[in-house]
Ligand binder design. Structure first.
Ligand code: PLP
Length: 372
């Protein structure tokens, strides 16, 4: 039977531990062979696979509707594994607005490996069309983008490259599998920083790649996982597995809170602009409506004034802790430009907000007192 997402999150898929409801944590690094040289379980050595990682990968493949998934020790390790599937002479296209470490990773390593990189406005189909070269091998999409919440039309880009042998990878960290399934829209790979919504409690760093097909490229990602070895520990996998059980519930509550907060902030006199795809005024609203089940729990707020004014607001907020990262149960706020560095194109008055599961009324009251 095909289950709904809420059921898939709590179902037993991938738990092969017989009667235990919560999968035991298997810390063993190695697994015994039988006298005939075979292995009674499918496991050999924990860098290659272990029961907790196996459950996580099976679960994520189901949630993202892919054929195979690979877990990593961080989102960046997952991104890097996709890049490792490229070859010298390839060209890739990345967004001009997106998580800054992804751009840094491309700048730091891809040139050294003989791979060309074009950084473009990914929301503009004409820019994408113009950027494609005969050696283009990969288009990297991040939607909504971090931190300005630009929305890229995944299906339109998939249509554009169909038959050209170009792979599409989508960083689906912000929507989580609950709100968007890029593989169904024509992407080949989905990448998650599982540190965010998948873990959901700010206590585990991890990454996942889900592939539409088990093919030559997914084999290269598997090799990058098991040979480069940036794998998550069994306990980290266990935490991610536990996080997934409440993923649908958390994302639903967080999104409901974010919609209310965005509406409130959008009409506040001390707010210059609210960047949230759920607002009808948002440039990407119609595309987001089409490709996402809901608009998510991330928003950015441009405070009337400059960086000093924005930082002053973070100092006054009590329920929104000023900290980096996102997607956990507690609300966070972050002045992005100061973490991205001086060359960052992010406006100085922008605060990125990760909305948690607290009472929406309390969250709104907190902004009310902070904005004064
Ligand atoms: N992609 C996005 C959209 C992110 O927000 C982050 C982290 O903030 C990453 C990737 C990197 O993930 P990690 O910090 O788990 O390596």
């Amino acid at each position: 039977m095909k289950y709904q997402m809420e059921t898939q999150c709590v179902s037993d898929a991938g738990n092969h531990s017989n009667s235990a409801i919560a999968q035991p944590i298997t810390l063993s690094t190695n697994f015994e062979r039988l006298p005939d040289g075979t292995y009674p379980s499918e496991f050999v050595y924990s860098r290659l696979d272990n029961p907790n990682r196996n459950q996580l990968e099976e679960k994520m493949a189901i949630l993202e509707k892919g054929q195979v998934a690979f877990a990593f020790s961080s989102g960046m390790a997952a991104t890097n594994a996709i890049f490792q599937g490229l070859q010298a002479g390839n060209h890739i296209i990345i967004p001009s607005d997106g998580f800054y470490s992804t751009t840094d990773l491309a700048n730091e390593f891809l040139y050294k490996w003989g791979i060309e990189v074009s950084r473009i406005e990914m929301t503009d189909l004409n820019s994408v069309k113009k950027a494609i070269r005969p050696n283009t091998a990969l288009i990297w999409i991040e939607t909504p983008s971090n931190p300005t919440l630009k929305i890229t039309d995944i299906a339109a880009i998939a249509d554009l490259v169909r038959g050209k042998g170009i792979k599409i990878a989508v960083d689906n960290t912000w929507p989580s599998p609950i709100l968007c399934n890029p593989l169904e829209l024509g992407a080949d790979f989905v990448m998650h920083s599982a540190t965010k919504y998948i873990g959901g409690h700010g206590d585990v760093t991890g990454g996942i790649v889900v592939c539409k097909a088990a093919d030559d490229f997914s084999e290269k990602i598997f090799k990058a996982q098991t040979l480069a070895g940036a794998v998550p520990s069994p306990f980290d996998c266990w935490l991610m597995n536990r996080g997934i059980k409440t993923l649908a519930l958390r994302v639903k509550q967080q999104t409901e809170n974010a919609v209310k907060l965005a509406d409130y902030l959008a009409s506040h006199s001390k707010v210059e602009l609210v960047l949230y795809p759920g607002l009808v005024s948002h440039r990407g609203h119609e595309i987001a409506k089409r490709q996402m089940a809901d608009y998510g729990a991330m928003l950015s707020v441009q405070i009337d004034g400059n960086a000093k004014n924005a930082l002053a607001v973070t100092g006054k907020l009590k329920l929104f802790t000023a900290a980096t990262s996102l997607g956990g149960v507690e609300s966070l706020v972050e002045h992005r430009k100061s973490i991205e560095g001086e060359n960052s194109p992010t406006p100085g008055n922008l605060l990125r907000v990760s909305v948690g599961i607290e009472s929406a009324d309390d969250l709104i009251r907190d902004w009310e007192q902070a904005l004064g």
